[in-house]
Design a protein around this ligand. Structure first.
Ligand code: PEP
Ligand code: MG
Length: 762
């Protein structure tokens, strides 16, 4: 809607509202005064305010013109009647024939049958509808655009007041929706398992506005312009910064933001709101509120993203106007748990040291935030719908990443249950610390080498802390993914060199770029594929984009700088893919030597066995590979044809099922025959019982997340592998579907390990 140029009446009304709100008094008396004021000013016989309760019922809180006996008695559910519809759709309803309007529901106790025309607008703030403001007239009349806009402005002020708790009275039977006080539970999707108990930190904390009405529109417009200029300058500064210049994507985003803030319609609407009596801050917020409502309705992904961008810009503008710091200071908060719609890789990386967990309203299993949280072992719940509107900065929260559950403001008993669970984990971790420098040797003397999976510089301190014997899998693509681009050869070489420095002589297995499927790098993987997990990814992509592959090989060689270099090729499905990749790497070594660069002391090139076909490759393949690394996550998904990221199926098949174990035994046998080293590096390697069974099958190297080393080592040191092996053989002979139960039973009966302990420590 095009806003009216100027509405002096609305300004006078807002000033009166401001006076009423400034006066001391009971909430009800204030509300009664407000409806009277609005009715007079809008020349309507009725003005009513319905407020939304936590149970999503709209309760009549005050009225001028309807029977006052209906106050706190009349109620409509969300979506019920015109009031319920306004709240549900966050849109006004304007009608001259109310009784004939679709959805109308007559409330006899109010005496409203006499009133023919109806105008209702949502009382909303930043995507949250807090109530509905209605005016009604005896005569049949359509309200003008000016009147609708004027009423929206008034509703905006009421929303600010509601948010500040001005209408909340302690004696009321029900709680209002903006009273974010009681416990609230939400279920999302698992991003990264783990449990955390802490304090909500909103990435974009809501801005509390104490004075929504302004006396001097000229001054407010000036404030808005100053803030806009500051915003534009900040953007221009960022655009010219060297750091961003190197990152094309960021630059594009910043340029788009610059264009967005020059949008004339947006500026015009904010100025008109100021002319109507709103402060500059609330004028910006009014636009944000409308954008938020549109975001909820738009289906198209592209438009949604643009609107989200618009929303973020207004938010920065609001921060400037209210002089709020844009950087969160987490150091002083106890166990901060970040709550956001989404978070950028850079923001996440900059905060990760303090964060105990992350909750996102959006996000996906393949999003950057998920990749980073998994790499840094930060519990994460994604797709926690509408959680932000229920949470307040500083709320206590339990994030249960194992169940994808969030408990906001939990009851004391729930806190206690989780506290004892966490303290058991801490105790267990302490006991693992005692064995940190001991080897993982079983009672019958078999040594298993435990290594860590890594992929970011931030992971590397865990190598020493966990007592691991090296980096069993270094996922090089993570560095690419968090910056959204392919880093230059020199940058890559620097990273690889630092990784080897931090490993202090322990082995590191660098995996060449494994993008595609869930790991999208726009500059390399722009195509939308029908079946990405089975698509153009990992080595398939590297062989076609051989320039990127060669550059990475050179960077690895230069990073090694005369040290040992181990490279593993992901997702090999047939021997020639591996042969070609190895050939490229070896010829790059020759070339580097010719260029007078120091070449690695030794080079090992191995293959990840993640596709079942490779287990049946010719003997010559096993002879040509320097080692085999089983990528259990992918191998399991292809073996059982069950998407590893699909919650509905990903836990359906047991990695300990005898069918899968027989297959893994075959791989062990083939590697033994060819005398090549074999390791296992999927998530299952970090689960104690799974790790035990893998060791019994013949895997002598397991690579896992750093915090899994302790529990796995502790179990391995207390069992005799030959007994586990005998149990597995028995299950295979008796056609038992999975060895999980027999193994668990054995461990419990021999008091070695209990499933309960596993739940509390894993
Ligand atoms: C795997 O597939 O098991 C693996 C380790 O690789 P990623 O999880 O990175 O695909
Ligand atoms: Mg894989």
């Amino acid at each position: 809607m095009i806003p009216p140029k100027k509405n002096v009446d609305s300004r006078i009304l807002l000033q009166r509202l401001k006076q009423t709100l400034a006066e001391q008094g009971e909430a009800q008396a204030r509300l009664n005064e407000i409806v009277k004021l609005i009715a007079t000013s809008m020349e309507s016989e009725v003005c009513s305010i319905y407020l939304r309760r936590t149970d999503d019922v709209l309760e009549l809180y005050a009225t001028e013109g309807l029977f006052t006996t209906a106050v706190h008695y009349s109620e409509l559910k969300l979506g019920q009647g015109l009031v319920g519809k306004i709240a549900e759709n966050a849109e006004p309803i304007n009608t001259s024939k109310v009784a004939k309007t679709k959805g109308f529901r007559y409330l006899p106790e109010t005496g409203e049958e006499r009133f023919k025309s109806f105008l209702g607008v949502p009382i909303q703030r930043l995507g949250t509808v807090l109530g509905v403001l209605v005016i009604q007239n005896l005569t049949e009349r359509e309200y003008s655009d000016d009147e609708v806009y004027g009423l929206e402005i008034v509703a905006m002020v009421l929303a600010e007041m509601a948010e500040l708790g001005v209408f909340t009275e302690s004696g009321n039977k029900h709680k209002l929706s903006q009273e974010k006080k009681g416990p609230f539970t939400a279920i999302g999707l698992i991003g990264k398992e783990g449990v955390a108990l802490g304090t909500v930190v909103l990435l974009n904390p809501e801005i509390k506005i104490t004075n929504p009405v302004a006396d001097n529109p000229i001054l407010e417009k000036e404030k808005l312009n100053v803030a806009l200029t500051k915003l534009k300058n900040e953007l221009s500064e960022n655009i010219s910064r060297k750091h961003f210049k190197q990152k094309r994507e960021f630059l594009e985003i910043l340029e788009t933001h610059k264009l967005l803030i020059e949008d004339k319609g947006w500026l015009n609407r904010m100025e008109v709101s100021i002319d109507n009596g709103l402060s500059a801050t609330v004028a910006v917020e009014k636009e944000q509120t409308e954008t938020k409502a549109r975001i909820a309705k738009v289906q198209n992904y592209y438009f949604k993203e643009r609107l989200n961008e618009f929303y973020e810009i207004s938010n920065t503008l609001l921060k400037i106007l209210t002089k709020q710091k844009s950087k969160l200071k987490l150091g002083t908060i106890t166990s901060p748990i970040l709550l956001a719609r989404n978070v950028s890789p850079l923001e996440l990386i900059s905060m990760h040291e303090h964060l105990k967990g992350v909750i996102l309203e959006e996000g996906s299993v393949g999003s950057h935030a998920t990749i980073i949280c998994r790499a840094l072992n930060i519990p994460l719940v994604i797709q926690a719908k509408a959680i932000i509107e229920k949470a307040a900065h500083g709320d206590r929260v339990i994030l249960d990443g194992d169940q994808a559950m969030i408990n906001l403001r939990p009851e004391e008993e729930v806190i206690q249950a989780y506290t004892s669970k966490l303290s058991m984990r801490t105790k267990a971790q302490e006991s693992f610390l005692a064995i940190r420098d001991l080897s993982a040797v079983t009672l019958d003397g078999i040594k298993i080498s435990l290594m860590i999976n890594a992929g970011l510089m931030a992971d590397l301190p865990s190598l020493a802390k966990s007592g691991a014997e090296g980096v069993g899998l270094y996922r090089t693509e993570l560095q690419f993914l968090i910056s959204n681009t392919v880093p230059k050869r020199s940058e890559q070489a620097q990273i690889y060199s630092k990784v080897l420095d931090s490993a202090k002589g322990l082995p590191v297995f660098f995996r060449t770029l494994d993008v595609g499927s869930d790991k999208i790098l726009p500059s390399i993987t722009p195509e939308i594929e029908p079946n990405p997990a089975l698509g153009w990814r990992a080595i398939r992509l590297s062989l076609e984009k051989s320039g990127v592959f060669k550059m990475q090989a050179q960077a690895l060689i230069r990073g090694a700088h005369g040290r040992d270099l181990n490279i593993v090729i992901p997702l090999v499905a047939k021997p020639t893919e591996f042969d070609q990749a190895k050939e490229i790497i070896l010829s790059e070594i020759v070339r580097e030597k010719r260029r007078k660069h120091l070449v690695p002391k030794s080079i090992m090139v191995g293959a990840m066995l993640e596709v079942p076909s490779l287990a049946f490759a010719s003997e010559s393949f096993f002879k040509n590979a320097d080692f085999i690394m089983v990528g259990g996550n992918d191998l399991k998904q292809f073996f059982f044809a069950a998407d590893r990221e699909n919650e509905k199926v990903r836990r359906r098949y047991d990695v300990l099922s005898t069918s899968f174990l027989s297959f893994l035994s075959l791989i062990c046998e083939r590697c033994n025959q060819s005398k090549i080293p074999l390791s296992f590096c999927g998530e299952d390697a970090g689960k104690p019982i799974e790790a035990l069974v893998l060791s019994a099958l013949g895997f002598r190297t397991l690579s896992m997340q750093p915090d899994c080393i302790g529990p796995v080592k502790s179990l391995l040191r207390s069992v005799s592998l030959s007994e586990i092996k005998a149990l597995i053989t028995g299950c295979l002979e008796e056609n038992i579907e999975t060895v999980r139960l027999p193994i668990t039973k054995y461990l419990e009966e021999t008091n070695i390990y209990s499933a309960k302990m596993a739940n509390n420590t894993a």
